[in-house]
Write a protein that binds this ligand. Structure first.
Ligand SMILES: [Zn+2]
Length: 431
């Protein structure tokens, strides 16, 4: 296995992350924020937005005067000035990379980068690999087709830029992917937690020719920080899970370090992070994550409301990196929360309950909200050979104990619920 210290990142100003303390992070951030604030008014969207805000020499103070940015502000801008809005530098200035968010039609954001900004995104992935202990002897396998989202393009290119083998596994069946990953001796698999669970189950059925990765780098869903989901993945693959999160319109933002499982470090020299109480808007240790990216000058976002609920870990991390750590990873989406029979309910909670049950292979849930009175319906799919009645009883009991309300639980036959290659949507709402 590669030890984290054996890894040499490309020549980044940060140097090795494990010796990057919070003072040095603050100094790098101040320098980068000063550059960003000097340049951002060249972009018409930001020139309009910053009109009337008095300039201030202290960059952090200047930033705090800028209003919070919502995804809807960016969508409106792209609707009013199609197709890209006035969010980016000019085409003649080298914009060369296109990505877009995975929103349903009507709320998809289109994003553009010039080469220096794109390289900055690759730097972030280089940092993720460093924190994950991925090194030059590793072989990375990407078992999915690349959509127009930022995440895996940057992960793939960052690896090749560093001389690490990256193998694309798109356009193939799950069985063919397993064979290919085994043939190239993949040591790291990347994917969503759901899809890697699905592949792991297939590998178990297949038996003989399956890959034996030492690491799974997961993103795109909260599961990488949900203990029950992590345990399933680690048991299926006998490999360590490393969680990561990012957004097309912001960049690759967080990563888990090898030394301290179950939380996410913000790559804080590249993103300024604020945690704001959603009710009061004041700084807090638990609340909404608000981000400013410092290394994407061709199309930055300043004080962007991510909608992610997070909690700051007050303890220094044993890995030595001084960047903010989010305890338990992303705890939920603020807009996903519903009230069911007087109780706060996040769909993520259901994943943490159900994936902890022995004999469960997959599930789907529907929140019915006729006239505002919500109820939860859950369909559980047992593993082949598992007792469906026992699984229904166990799910019913576990939901009652953890959520303090009762759900309607029933079972379906093995292999019938959908499996997603990218983000799984297990819980839906019907009004
Ligand atoms: Zn750490």
């Amino acid at each position: 296995m590669n030890s984290p210290s054996a890894f040499l990142p490309p020549n980044l100003a940060e140097g090795p992350l494990r010796s990057l303390d919070s003072q040095r992070i603050r100094a790098l951030s101040a320098e980068r924020l000063t550059t960003l604030l000097a340049r951002v008014r060249e972009l018409p969207f930001w020139a309009d937005r910053l009109k009337g805000i008095a300039p201030c020499l202290e960059p952090f103070e200047q930033l705090s005067r800028i209003p919070l940015l919502q995804k809807s502000d960016l969508l409106t801008e792209q609707k009013q000035h199609p197709p890209f809005g006035r969010l980016f530098s000019s085409f003649g200035d080298g914009l060369c990379r296109y990505t877009q968010t995975s929103g349903t039609s009507g709320n998809t954001l289109r994003w553009l980068d010039d080469l220096p900004s794109w390289q900055g995104m690759l730097d972030c992935w280089a940092m993720c690999y460093e924190m994950a202990g991925v090194g030059k002897l590793d072989r990375l396998f990407f078992p999915f087709s690349f959509g127009p989202f930022l995440g895996f393009w940057t992960a793939f290119e960052a690896a090749t830029r560093q001389g690490i083998l990256a193998v694309p596994g798109g356009g193939l069946s799950s069985e063919a992917r397993l064979r290919m990953a085994a043939d190239v001796d993949a040591t790291v698999l990347l994917g969503t937690p759901s899809y890697l669970i699905h592949l792991g189950e297939k590998a178990k059925e297949d038996g003989t020719r399956v890959p034996k990765p030492r690491l799974l780098i997961v993103a795109g869903e909260p599961g990488g920080s949900i203990p029950a989901t992590r345990k399933r993945l680690e048991t299926l693959w006998n490999a360590r899970v490393i969680d990561h999160s990012g957004m097309t319109e912001v960049g690759p933002v967080t990563v888990e370090c090898v030394e301290n499982p179950g939380g996410l470090h913000i790559l804080e020299s590249r993103y300024l992070a604020e945690i704001l109480d959603p009710q009061t808007g004041l700084p807090s240790d638990r609340g909404e994550l608000v981000l400013t990216n410092l290394g994407r000058l061709s199309g930055p976002v300043l004080r962007y409301r991510t909608g992610d609920l997070v909690e700051r870990d007050p303890n220094p991390c044993p890995c030595g990196f001084g960047g903010m750590r989010l305890k338990g990873g992303i705890l939920g989406r603020l807009d996903d929360m519903v009230f069911i029979r007087g109780n706060n309910f996040h769909p993520q909670t259901l994943e943490s309950i159900l994936f902890g049950l022995p004999g469960l292979s997959e599930y789907q849930a529907v929140i019915h909200q006729p006239g505002g009175m919500a109820r939860l319906e859950v369909i559980v799919e047992p593993e082949p050979g598992a007792d469906a009645d026992l699984l229904v009883d166990a799910a019913d009991r576990a939901i009652r104990e953890r959520c303090l309300f009762r759900a309607q639980v029933r079972a379906t036959t093995p292999g019938t619920l959908p499996r997603a290659e990218l983000k799984a949507k297990r819980t839906s709402v019907q009004s």
